[in-house]
Design a protein around this ligand. Structure first.
Ligand code: ADP
Ligand code: ADP
Length: 223
């Protein structure tokens, strides 16, 4: 059984076709990079896989269940309980400390504050963030902020981590450090990863790369 899969997904924004029959299947524990030029439909495909957008036609399957037919509320719970997210610009809450940001998914799932912070803290050592637990996230460097965002994406031990240009705002060395940590952590946790990037150097960290062009997944590159 695949971990997450799109089958022949079509989606338009008004008159603009974004996906024209896109299919991709990701195995449990696999790290797949979705590559392709700007505007080709990478983010839209990721948003469909993650249950954020609903395809016009086609199907999304997660862990043996079709999820595109779920209600908005059911998809929201699925995202909260089973999926993790990392975005290009961290999207940390600047007024909160780094450890509070990491703990957020647990707090949103109803964990008590002390328990959530206790779960959050080991990630600081794992991701080379020792000593930054109490730093307000608005005061972190770009690379530190993306590592905090990665910890937040993984802290609830999601089945699938969705990462949309997670290193896009970083210089290449810092970006590669973040990817190294992402890949190492995901493999350790057995987390499936769907990564969107337009950078070949970043995609090279994945187990497998797929190329999106004109709204279709039309090429495979073994890795
Ligand atoms: P990529 O991630 O590969 O850059 P996107 O999935 O963001 O591509 O976009 C695919 C196409 O859909 C583009 O033509 C883009 O302009 C369009 N698009 C994406 N999101 C929206 C939106 N919310 N409203 C209208 N058009 C959109
Ligand atoms: P990405 O780098 O992920 O492709 P973009 O900068 O293309 O992101 O888009 C950022 C946000 O704007 C996304 O949520 C996307 O859905 C939306 N978007 C992209 N293109 C359009 C568009 N033509 N009209 C409206 N919203 C868009």
């Amino acid at each position: 059984m695949t971990a997450i899969e799109a089958r022949d997904v079509v989606l338009s924004f008004g008159e603009t076709p974004a996906l024209r029959g896109a299919s991709v299947a990701v195995d449990p524990g696999e790290i797949v990079a979705i590559m392709g030029p700007s505007g080709s439909g990478k983010s839209t495909l990721l948003h469909c896989l993650a249950g954020i957008l609903v395809p016009d036609t086609g199907e999304i399957h997660f862990d043996g269940h079709r999820i595109d037919t779920l209600s908005e509320q059911e998809r929201s719970m699925l995202r909260r309980d089973r999926f993790g997210f990392v975005f290009q610009f961290g999207q940390l809450v600047p007024e909160l400390t780094a450890e509070e940001n990491v703990a957020l998914p647990l707090l949103l799932s109803g964990a008590r504050r002390a328990a959530a912070l206790a779960e959050a803290r080991p990630w600081f050592a794992r991701l080379g963030l020792d000593g930054l637990e109490r730093r307000r996230s608005g005061e972190l460097s770009g690379g530190q902020a993306q590592r905090v965002a990665l910890a937040r994406g993984l802290v609830a031990r999601p089945k699938v981590l969705f990462a949309d240009e997670p290193t896009g705002a970083l210089d290449s060395l810092t970006g590669e450090q973040v990817m190294d940590l992402l890949v190492t952590s995901a493999h350790e946790e057995g987390t499936t990863v769907v990564l969107v990037t337009h950078e070949a150097r970043i995609a090279a960290y994945a187990d497998r790369q797929v190329i999106v062009r004109d709204g279709k997944v039309n090429a495979l590159v073994g890795a």
